[in-house]
Design a protein around this ligand. Structure first.
Ligand SMILES: Cc1cc2nc3c(=O)[nH]c(=O)nc-3n(C[C@H](O)[C@H](O)[C@H](O)COP(=O)(O)O)c2cc1C
Length: 374
């Protein structure tokens, strides 16, 4: 199956922009401030239309089945990503909308048909983010064992994806057996839009996760700790994709943004929502589940990490005036990343300022074309 050149994920913008996690309550911020993100359908619909009008390339949801507790039950309410994607594709015309699929929780033949269906709804604007699982309470919720052997999750993910590909390629009923799946007389109709593959990404940090992206995906999505190590990750994994799999790989990262007219205002607001009004119980639980136990790090480092997790789920911060935020994104582009997601405490309140002030600065730096020209 060929790729689809018309997708906004392959447009002429050197640096792509996406919005991450608007389907989850709180978005990326574990905070108690009253303006924290309400992930209602109406808010998501309005945001999708605003992002599309502003030339943002894609929307990326988090697949989350149970929240992180705390005062706000951070991410406790989340719109299921495949149905969310279907609704937003029906309501938009240009933007790419990703669904994030947990390999362990959906049979690949069900997923193959769901994806082909939403791809038809979106006229080829559906994108797929494959995640292979990490969160123990979610496995408990489904009565499944989280494979203790980390590699087994990615072996499972590979079989899951290979079976979907087979179902999309097959014109006749087929039988299939691998380490995890046995199917008989399987069919999948419709096929994805124009019998082309949707843009595919995988979010992984481990060697196996990144190898999965290099082998199968258009983009590896990865958390960046600092610019130097980020640049090294891009260089390394693009080389591995080329050598091991003869494939081109984009690498994307994820950020949270606090942008205000002055740096001082941005830093004050950051302190307000992520320190004074942090939902620390939720941030702590998230860190514990991710294996960042307090006893694993020095105390000062844990305090800094907590603020970062309360502020933006532990991802890379961009806090400052429009020049600062644009410079931060440009530095990420210079490190070799093909794009980044942004997230805000309140997406609908804050995206207009970002579109009005930061995006034109990226255009002036040659990283993006004006909306509609890409
Ligand atoms: C940008 C990004 C998005 C992710 N989205 C999800 C998600 O929606 N649901 C989920 O359970 N895990 C998600 N993850 C976690 C990854 O799938 C992965 O499990 C994690 O990064 C650990 O990497 P590893 O599996 O390679 O060890 C995401 C990670 C990143 C960096």
């Amino acid at each position: 199956m060929s790729h689809r050149p018309h997708s906004s994920m392959f447009n002429r913008n050197r640096f792509k922009l996406g919005l991450f996690s608007p389907n989850c309550s709180g978005g990326m911020a574990a905070t108690t401030v009253p303006e924290r993100w309400d992930a209602s359908w109406d808010n998501n619909l309005a945001l999708a239309r605003m992002a599309e009008a502003g030339g943002i390339e894609f929307l990326l949801p988090i697949a989350r089945w149970t929240g992180y507790g705390g005062e706000t039950d951070f991410q406790g309410q989340s719109l299921e990503t495949i149905t969310w994607c279907a609704g937003l594709l029906a309501a938009t015309t240009r933007i790419t909308v990703f669904a994030t699929a947990h390999t362990a929780f959906t049979h690949p033949l069900v997923a193959a048909k769901q994806f082909a269906t939403i791809d038809a709804i979106g006229g080829g604007r559906f994108g797929l983010n494959i995640v292979c699982g990490w969160n123990q309470p979610e496995y408990d919720m489904f009565g499944l064992d989280l494979p203790e052997e980390h590699d087994a999750r990615y072996r499972y993910g590979q079989c899951w994806w290979d079976l979907i590909r087979r179902a999309w390629d097959a014109d006749e009923p087929f039988d299939w057996q691998d380490e995890f799946f046995t199917v008989r007389h399987a069919v999948c109709s419709p096929k994805p839009y124009g019998r082309t593959l949707p843009p595919l990404m995988n979010a992984g940090s481990s060697e196996q996760g990144r190898d999965f992206a290099a082998r199968n995906c258009d983009a590896l999505f990865t958390v960046m700790v600092d610019l130097a190590s980020g640049a090294e990750t891009v260089r390394q994994w693009q080389a591995i994709a080329a050598e091991r799999y003869q494939r081109a790989l984009e690498v994307f990262t994820t950020t949270y943004v606090v942008c205000r007219p002055t740096r001082r205002e941005a830093e004050d607001y950051h302190h307000y929502y992520a320190v004074e009004r942090a939902d620390l119980a939720a941030a702590d639980r998230l860190m514990t589940l991710m294996g960042m136990h307090a006893h694993s790090f020095p105390r000062e480092q844990i305090e800094a990490l907590r603020t970062n997790f309360a502020a933006g789920h532990g991802v890379y911060p961009l806090v400052g005036d429009p020049d600062d935020v644009a410079a931060g994104l440009a530095a990420i582009a210079d490190a070799g990343f093909g794009g980044a997601t942004v997230a805000f405490v309140n997406y609908l309140d804050e995206l207009p300022y970002f579109l009005a002030e930061v995006v034109p600065r990226l255009e002036a730096r040659g990283l993006r074309l004006p909306a509609g020209a890409a």
